[in-house]
Design a protein around this ligand. Structure first.
Ligand code: KG4
Ligand code: ZN
Length: 343
């Protein structure tokens, strides 16, 4: 089953939250990466799991077709099918896993089970990123998404250790909740980024969470932001609208400042100067700029993934699948998704 010294083509499938994605990878190069988002959740201010599963069912076949056709690759040329098995919303994961299992059964292709968070990190090994400096092991990865905030020491594609994580909200949630407080639609992270670029990050200050070692916490920051905005609104009901840009810039400054403080501590502790970021929040321009500035001061090499590999995508799942394939770790028809899967 295991091919050696030949081109490997992996079809990746991702459906852990609200994006249905499929991608085709040839060795370390992405040939296609297609996604269908789900607008249906906007009106509810967050992802509604049942609606997400139904939308995945509708999108899966067309998205996989589109990815194969963009890549100019026939299903018969695919060497293996990689699918996200967790962590994520169980109903959403079930759609991807069952589809991938059926496709594997029908085509006789091997199946690869991928951990979504490992996928975010291994997106750095996709050659399309075209990093000016080659990424070497070990590196540190700050993984910041809607459900996770982790500092991970990566010793090889298959050896990762979580050295720090959040005890409550994830960084992405902190962005989304701040946006909600300001009356912005879900997901608010990209909007806080957009409006924050127009504001002054030093207009308002919020207390930095006091957490030991490499632990994160964002719930206190969210509460102080909520109380502050509510108090100002009581005096001027249009306060949040008038001050939107400065509020976005200031809360972003607080979240990013806290994240980077822990990154610096982790780098010192581990003696590592290769620093990467991954997950949806790694698309944030203030985080990218601030990390780059910190890297200059600290003498680090930083690795900022291309935007299409930051938020949920199947390219990263195919990339992680390739390493499972090389290791010879295949999943069977008994593969079942796991909502809470650890790295
Ligand atoms: O990795 P991801 O796409 O999905 C999960 O695995 O959770 O991350 C989604 C999170 C959301 O909370 C979203 O608001 C946030 O990433 N996000 C951003 C930006 N783009 C996405 N947060 C801040 N700035 C952005 N530009
Ligand atoms: Zn994700």
């Amino acid at each position: 089953m295991n091919k050696r010294n030949e081109d490997l083509i992996i079809l990746g499938i991702e459906s852990s939250c609200d994006d249905t994605s499929a991608a085709v990878l040839k060795n370390h190069t992405i040939l296609s990466n297609r996604s269908a988002g789900q607008k249906v959740h906007e009106q509810y201010g967050g992802v509604v799991p049942e609606l997400a599963s139904r939308a995945h069912q509708q999108h899966m076949v067309p998205v996989v077709h589109a990815a194969l056709s963009d890549a100019g690759v026939g299903l018969n040329e695919v060497d293996a099918i990689a699918v996200t098995a967790g962590p994520g919303l169980l109903g959403s994961l079930l759609v991807g896993v069952n589809f991938a299992k059926s496709l594997a059964l029908a085509t006789g292709k091997p199946l690869l089970s991928v951990n979504h968070m490992e996928g975010h990190i291994l997106a750095h090994l996709i050659e399309n990123n075209q990093y000016p400096v080659a990424l070497r092991f070990p590196f540190l990865c700050l993984t910041v998404s809607g459900g996770h905030t982790q500092l991970v020491r990566v010793d090889s594609p298959l050896e990762m250790t979580v050295i720090g994580e959040t005890i409550d909200d994830a960084a992405g949630e902190a962005f989304d909740k701040a946006a909600k407080i300001l009356g912005l639609p879900y997901p608010g992270g990209p909007l806080v980024d957009k409006y924050g670029r127009e504001g002054n990050p030093l207009t308002y200050s919020f207390p930095e969470p006091k957490m030991p070692d490499l632990q994160f916490s964002f719930s206190g920051l969210k509460t102080s932001f909520l109380y502050f905005v509510e108090k100002q609104r009581a005096a001027d009901p249009l306060f949040a609208e008038k001050e939107r840009n400065n509020l976005c810039a200031s809360i972003q400054h607080a979240i990013v400042g806290f994240l980077l403080k822990k990154v610096r501590l982790a780098a010192q502790q581990e003696g590592i100067k290769q620093i990467a970021i991954a997950g949806g929040v790694s698309a944030n321009s203030y985080l990218r700029d601030s990390l780059s500035a910190m890297a200059l001061r600290e003498g680090w090499d930083v690795f900022l993934p291309r935007f299409e590999y930051c938020t949920d995508n199947a390219a990263m799942i195919a990339m992680a699948g390739l390493y499972q394939y090389k290791k010879g770790v295949f999943a069977g028809q008994d593969l079942a998704p796991t909502a809470r899967m650890k790295i």
